[in-house]
Design a binder for this molecule. Sequence first.
Ligand code: HSE
Length: 430
Amino acid sequence: MKNLNISIAGLGNVGSAVVNVIEDNSSYWEKKTNLSLNIIGLSAKNINQERSFDIKKYKWVETPIDLLNINDLKPDILIELIGYEKDISYDLVKSALNNKIHVVTGNKAMLALHGQELFKIAEKNKVSLLFEAAVAGGIPIIKTLKNNIFLNKIKKISGILNGTTNYILTTMELQNKSFNDVLEDAKQKGFTSDHESKLDIGGYDAAHKLTLLSSIAYGGEIDFNLNEIEGIQNITIEDINFVKQLGFRIKLISETRVIDNKIYSSTKPKLISLDKPLANANNALNAINIVTDQLQNLYLEGEGAGGLPTASSILSDVFEIANNVDVRSIGYNTDQLTRYEKFDSSNIESKFYLRIRVIDQSGVLSKITSYLNEYNISVEKILQIPDSKENNIPILITTHKIKTSELLNSVKKIGELEFVDQNISIIPIE
Ligand code: HSE
């Protein structure tokens, strides 16, 4: 029987689920794997909070750093689920690694911003810093990239990496509600808080996760500054309904590729064709497409957040440590990582959706199409929606592939026309 001593910092949804799953499964795991997990210490903000397990059964410490030495006993693994970008999360993880304690964390913000340093410290001390739970909740994306398809050449990773924004976009469509109304609902129901929702809605949470995926996929140094980020705060219910008429759904898509030896990592709203699985990964689901030299498309979909799914990923890392898999936490030795430059996104080619509101009078359409023509932008579809009640009406356009910079130049000119409302929606089509 292999016994591992574990300390857990942070007992929110995920931390509590980890304790519950260990309590419920210990005898099953002992039979299945000869592995026995022993929780030697817990710490969280408030000992008195109501919890799904009996806190009195465990040794409680007020200061998380004390989890690294419980009555002179050092844990084999520290599970960090406090989730701060720096502060106590970073101090605790760094101390644990320096004390040769393995760390398992779900903290994507900390790793996206300080991972470069922390992975080096782990390597120097010959311990693991594992983070399956940091990306896409219960989906085993890190181990898929790091183990199963490590010998593939990754061409592109793209998908939905944030559950909250996916829930908001889905609910806007289903209930025909505005972004602000749905966000308020989500906050009242406790799905997201003020601080968390800024990271979720602004696209930062997804970009933190993409930073980690990109590093493993392309052997790059962890560098959050490589990301281009746009959130969903400007998506209107009007656009959600219009794009549906054109056969699309709007999703917050994170994508990473290497182009000309540079990294292109972007998180932004995109139109996905309704016949693609990604368009139908709704509510809080996460979903990821991976294209490699050997796999035309590997599609993974599942619960991207929540206690039990994320606990599943935490415990997969505990199991990896129990099996003494080597300590290359991100698949590479850190001195093998490449420092990539950022690809200039104005050179990216894409199809685009445009929604232009105009005054309904003769000559408008021909003026708009002449500006598109001037920049060699070829229209794929065009739709004018009549509205007898409004004095300005929407024209919806989808284009063929065009360089982003050229599209933006042409839209700038169109926006200057006197009969055009300057608020033009521009969303790339995946
Ligand atoms: N805030 C995250 C999300 C939780 O909504 O996906 C899981 O990382």
